[in-house]
Design a protein around this ligand. Structure first.
Ligand SMILES: [Fe+2]
Length: 217
């Protein structure tokens, strides 16, 4: 789940309803910054979490506050103008909140149900990894590769998302596992070798978390 803190504001004069404003907050990592070494070094994790993810949270909250004001005033132009900032920063918060939990320093394996679904849709886990790698390496510029579940068809799909577009809001697929291929996720350690970073990420997949996302979807 995403981290939010709720702030109940007092009833304003002439307002029929109490306004509840929900602020996004930076979630704590489920492990230490150095826990994913040597796959992802401490420095990357610390900057990625405490600077990049924090910036998405801060900027999303600022845009959301402006949105609340624009909605209260009925300022449709402002509401529309705020959409790119909400999509980018809100997406960044959603994506990274999933990404931290998708990774683990402990060795895990997919549940039987997830394994069966992977074999049904990709023939094998190795094939799934190969498709994810192709998608991740092929992202032009900054973005993500995702394993998502199409709830209508029950089929697992590998897709790319540009920038910080959140998978569910932009495609309808339920996100199970994502690979962040923004340069901030790997460049300090892997330089221009994105394929090596993607190969290494498969060693720290938290299959328990991915399986839980699959079963709750
Ligand atoms: Fe990132």
């Amino acid at each position: 789940m995403l981290s939010f803190s709720r702030q109940v504001l007092p009833k304003a004069r002439n307002m029929a309803l109490t306004t509840v404003r929900t602020k996004a907050t930076l979630p704590e990592l489920p492990y230490d910054y150095a826990a994913l070494e040597p796959i992802v070094c401490r420095e990357i994790m610390e900057i990625h979490h405490s600077k990049h993810h924090q910036a998405y949270v801060t900027n999303y909250n600022a845009a959301k506050e402006q949105l609340d004001e624009a909605v209260a005033k009925g300022d449709t132009n402002k509401i529309i103008q705020l959409q790119p900032a909400l999509r980018f920063n809100g997406g960044g918060h959603i994506n990274h909140s999933i990404f931290w939990k998708n990774l683990s320093p402990e060795k895990t394996t997919p549940s039987d149900a997830l394994k069966q679904a992977i074999v049904k849709d990709f023939k094998s886990i190795d094939n799934l990894k190969a498709e994810l790698k192709t998608a991740a390496v092929g992202v032009q510029g900054s973005g993500w590769a995702w394993l998502g579940l199409n709830k209508k068809t029950g089929i697992l799909q590998v897709v790319q998302c540009a920038n910080q577009d959140p998978l569910q809001a932009t495609t309808g697929l339920v996100p199970l596992f994502g690979i962040d291929v923004w340069e901030h996720a790997y460049y300090l350690q892997y330089k221009n070798l994105r394929p090596n970073y993607v190969d290494a990420i498969f060693d720290i997949v938290n299959w328990k978390d991915v399986s839980e996302r699959f079963s709750s979807a």
